[in-house]
Design a protein around this ligand. Structure first.
Ligand code: MLT
Length: 266
């Protein structure tokens, strides 16, 4: 896995025979890590330099301090793309990755050439949501990351995947278990303090694709449809047979949607 200073990320380079098209930055969900994007690394074959950073502390034994805010995570991503000498990128965020993409839009829009918002929401946490985060922080601190996997997997994966794809359930579980508790609790604290990004939506003027798993119960289809009406000129794709981790549950449809967007809208 490439590292650059304090950054750790997955990277796939386009083959020399293909015209380079720019950078595609993939921002991961909670409580998994950048390895969730493994099925999307093949988009490099279409000319994209694909980069998927682990957010602070995720994946492994890293002693990094937990994140303080979603803005810190966005700052890390910007520092990484600066360090890689990338001027701008297509920024694709799934769920928590979408919250980070919104923070980039707020603070550093010039880095964003196109936007993919997958299984995410612009709203801040509700008071009940904040309570839920506090319970999760307590659960993680007392019972460890296995308890977080037990709690989250039924929410992250759609009914179809849970019923018919034990391999994907195992992959998702392994992704959760590879993260230290400090990364999990840090991200929960960051998410519960994030601002409302709804006012940003009408000012998004880059090509935008919104993707949602048909069976997503965490950030349901209605939320995606609402974002679609608010972001001028955006496209919306519903991924059949998938829940919240739509890229992992139905990579064929997810990748087709992304490839079509990259070929025709960007
Ligand atoms: C995620 O998938 O990143 C989380 O479900 C987001 C959240 O808990 O708000």
């Amino acid at each position: 896995m490439p590292t650059l200073g304090r950054f750790r990320f997955l990277e796939a380079q386009p083959p020399a025979s293909v015209r380079p098209r720019g950078a595609l930055l993939l921002l991961h969900a909670f409580p998994v890590n950048a390895r969730m994007w493994q099925p999307q690394l093949s988009l490099a074959d279409r000319g994209w330099r694909v980069i998927a950073p682990h957010f602070r502390g995720f994946d492994g034994e890293t002693p990094d301090p937990p994140a303080i805010s979603i803005d810190d995570l966005a700052g890390d991503v910007i520092d990484l793309i600066d360090a890689l000498h990338i001027d701008d990128a297509i920024v694709a965020g799934l769920s928590m990755g979408g919250y980070v993409a919104f923070a980039m839009l707020r603070h550093a829009p010039r880095y964003i050439r196109g936007l993919v918002l997958a299984d995410t929401r612009p709203q801040a946490d509700t008071p009940e949501g904040v309570e839920g985060r506090r319970r999760m922080i307590q659960l993680a601190s007392e019972k460890g990351v296995e308890a977080i996997a037990d709690e989250m997997l039924p929410k992250l994966l759609g009914e179809t995947t849970r019923r018919t794809r034990p391999d994907i359930v195992e992959t998702a579980r392994a992704l959760v278990l590879s993260n230290p508790v400090a990364a999990i609790t840090g991200a929960l604290r960051a998410m519960m303090a994030r601002p409302d990004s709804t006012p940003l939506l009408s000012s998004v003027h880059v090509p935008t694709l919104i993707v949602v798993g048909e069976e997503d119960s965490v950030t349901p289809r209605a939320v995606a449809e609402e974002m679609h009406t608010q972001i001028p000129g955006s496209a919306l794709v519903v991924v059949g047979g998938a829940g919240h981790l739509s890229n992992l549950e139905n990579p064929v449809v997810f990748n087709d949607a992304l490839a079509h967007f990259l070929d025709h809208r960007v």
